[in-house]
Ligand binder design. Structure first.
Ligand SMILES: [Zn+2]
Ligand SMILES: [Zn+2]
Length: 226
């Protein structure tokens, strides 16, 4: 489904976004491993002449990175992630576990999916611009969580920094039970929305917010400390 002229949403429990550039395409998150075939179909039928050049990883949770291995074998894209998140993707470090049901669910998903270590080719920092996307380091959900701002059209890819409702009208705070540090995650979400004027807000879960001005205002009204 087309969100903007050059952005396609591949919806399911985790949203992935394909960005079409002049000579290539770029993917933001991959979803679970079984979703890779759907992504391949969309790339091959919509952009047969535009190779997948890069996969941006908003964070290391398995449901966002499960498709990397299949896509990498086929297209050899560069894998891009924040330098603080890369050790969890490359499996040189274990993501700190947290208490409660969310922590248990993430551990179970980890075991079930049992992903191999995935090499990160480009380890990025806050404010860097890569393939036309500005990196915004916004920790809390995980230590190296990033959002991506498309310089060309100000589309904001948010990963799990915020959520949205099913109609794409309301911005919801990060899920407490899946955040490593909820206070920090909430702060990051406020910073992200306060410091950018996105044309569209594209969350990792929930429906894209295509006219976000009012929703951002309402969110900051409710959550930004007065
Ligand atoms: Zn997550
Ligand atoms: Zn998620």
């Amino acid at each position: 489904m087309k969100i903007l002229d050059n952005i396609f949403l591949i919806p399911s429990s985790v949203n992935c976004y394909i960005i079409e550039r002049k000579q290539e395409c770029i993917l933001v998150d991959t979803g679970m491993s079984k979703k890779a075939s759907g992504i391949i179909k969309i790339i091959n039928s919509n952009f047969p002449d535009k190779p997948l050049k890069a996969i941006f990883v908003t964070h290391s949770h398995q449901d966002h990175i499960g498709g990397i291995e299949t896509l990498r074998k086929l297209y050899k894209p560069s894998i891009v992630a924040h330098e603080e998140e890369s050790p969890y993707i490359e499996k040189t470090k274990e993501l700190p576990s947290f208490k409660g049901l969310g922590g248990i669910m993430i551990k179970i998903l980890d075991k079930l999916m049992n992903l191999p270590s995935l090499k990160v080719n480009q380890k990025v920092k806050d404010n860097e611009v890569v393939h036309g996307l500005k990196i915004l380091h916004l920790p809390g959900h995980t230590p190296g969580t990033i959002a991506l701002l498309d310089i060309e059209n100000q589309a904001l890819f948010c990963g799990d920094i915020i959520n949205s409702d099913k109609k794409g009208e309301i911005i919801l705070p990060p899920k407490m039970r899946f955040a490593l540090d909820f206070e920090q995650a909430l702060e990051s979400s406020i910073k992200m929305l306060d410091e950018s004027s996105p044309s569209v807000v594209l969350p990792g879960h929930g429906y894209p917010i295509l006219e976000p001005e009012e929703a951002i205002e309402a969110y900051l009204d409710e959550y930004k400390p007065k």
